[in-house]
Design a protein around this ligand. Structure first.
Ligand code: PLP
Length: 457
């Protein structure tokens, strides 16, 4: 009864992110009631293993009392402190120091935001300021990658290269450029790692030269492209691209909003890839989704240029909730949990997940399996040789999501037939086995879908 009235209220008043408004009115909302560990429970009592950690953010898992305590303590003592007017609070200062201590190379300066989109947005502002400070305001062109996602702010949505974020919104801007994705499963140069890296280098070089090297401000990359369908570039790809950017004096931004905080194993994927970007953007796992927060990591080199140029003048960029004390207190506690065993467990659980997903390759619908740590994807096709995607007319993504849901599994089903996995790092062997079993059951049911059978004929 309660759930029914909530569904009506939701229909009438709540706008959902990235949803079809009319479609949502018809389907209605699924109301979640509670969660513990890696399990979420619907208002109806239906329990599911959350194979996607909310929105790849609840890395620590649900129900950690120590996080609740840290937030409550901070709210009781000091619920808010601005960073304006040279004010601050202990939690934010300590979190910045702890993060800088663990960040790759000289990424020693932290600017806190409310999430990933405004972290990306902030880098664009800092980068423009940096090039003005260097006396090169003409460096105002930005490059990112097809299938990339860099948030939903007006500027970030233009760096994003997913058509749904552009149509009707007047982005990308003419100063935002793209190069092809290093997508191993669907790459015109084939699956060979060296060939893919060489193609990306060629693409980036020719893009830089077409724009004019002296005009390019920055290049954005995700170490693993998340929202584009968990696209894992070949080992060595990001290092080669980073080096090319350095040769042209182009700033390199690693967007670690998904890959950060244990998702791929260590705290940051950049450490695994042995690169030091000029900026790193993070969010999600920073507070494990318990409260909103993002962080921009800025290198010494960039910081000093901005600081020297500004002198005694304020750098005019800031939010009311930059470095929010409650979020910072949560961030500190979450970091303790990661280093107190969760990162280690994530590596173990990730190995089990990847091995299990690999064993799905024998399924008639599975074209590709890829991932790193607790971030993975299974790409479905109706013809393995031709790599033909599932028929879009059959709305396979929604149907697969619904089937998985009924089977007690939350996954991400991307519209082009890719299933995304990003479970909490706290997963037990049983949680991982449930994810795998329920995935196979969902795939078997999908094989019986009349539209899929028709397409496979
Ligand atoms: N950058 C990347 C790589 C992301 O995956 C996301 C969100 O998924 C964002 C930026 C935007 O973060 P948020 O949704 O917290 O604004």
């Amino acid at each position: 009864m309660l759930a029914n009235s909530l569904i009506e209220l939701d229909r009438a008043h709540l706008i959902h992110p990235v949803s079809s408004y009319r479609g949502h009115e018809k389907l209605g909302v699924r109301v979640l009631r509670s969660a513990k560990g890696a399990t979420v429970t619907e208002a109806s009592g239906h329990q599911l293993v959350d194979g996607f950690a909310g929105l790849w953010c609840v890395n620590a898992g649900y129900g950690h009392e120590s996080i609740v305590e840290a937030a409550a303590r901070q709210m009781r003592e000091l619920p808010y402190a601005t960073g304006y007017f040279d004010l601050g609070c202990e939690a934010a200062i300590r979190l910045a120091a702890e993060l800088a201590d663990r960040a790759p190379g000289d990424l020693n300066h932290i600017y806190f935001t409310l999430g990933g989109s405004d972290a990306v947005d902030s880098t664009v502002r800092f980068i423009r300021y940096y090039w003005h400070a260097k006396g090169k305001p003409e460096r105002d062109q930005f490059i990112s990658i097809e299938q990339g996602y860099h948030g939903s702010s007006t500027v970030g949505a233009g760096l994003t290269a997913l058509p749904g974020f552009h149509a009707g919104f007047g982005v990308p801007f003419d100063w935002q450029h793209k190069i092809p994705s290093p997508y191993p499963y669907r790459n015109p140069v084939g699956t060979n790692a060296d060939a893919i890296i060489a193609a990306s280098i060629r693409d980036l070089k020719s893009k830089i030269e077409a724009i004019g090297a002296e005009r390019v401000a920055a290049f954005y990359a995700e170490p693993i492209q998340g929202s584009g369908g968990v696209i894992v570039p070949p080992k060595g790809w990001i290092k080669a691209i980073r080096d090319l950017c350095s040769q042209y004096d182009i700033l390199f931004i690693a967007d670690e909003v998904i890959t950060g905080f244990g998702r791929t194993g260590p705290l940051f994927a950049c450490s695994q890839d042995e690169i030091v970007p000029d900026f790193m953007t993070t969010a999600k796992g920073l507070t494990s989704g318990y409260v909103p927060m993002g962080a921009v990591f800025m290198s010494d080199r960039v910081y000093n240029v901005i600081a020297d140029a500004a002198g005694n003048t304020a750098v005019g960029h800031g939010y009311t909730y930059s470095a929010h004390p409650v979020s910072a207190a949560v961030g500190l506690e979450v970091l303790k949990l990661y280093e107190g065993g969760l990162l280690e467990n994530g590596v173990k659980a990730g190995a089990r997940l990847m091995a299990g997903l690999e064993s799905l390759r024998d399924h008639p619908l599975v074209g590709d399996v890829r991932g790193r740590g607790m971030l993975a994807a299974v790409e479905l096709v109706v013809d393995k040789i031709k790599k033909t995607p599932l028929p879009s007319a059959a709305m396979p993504a929604r149907r697969i999501f619904d089937r998985a849901w009924e089977n007690g599994l939350v996954i991400r089903a991307f519209s082009h037939g890719v299933l995304g996995y990003a479970p909490p790092l706290c997963c037990t062997d049983d949680d991982i086995d449930a994810i795998l079993e329920r995935t196979r059951k969902t795939l078997d049911q999908t094989l019986e879908d009349p539209d899929v059978r028709e397409a496979m004929r």
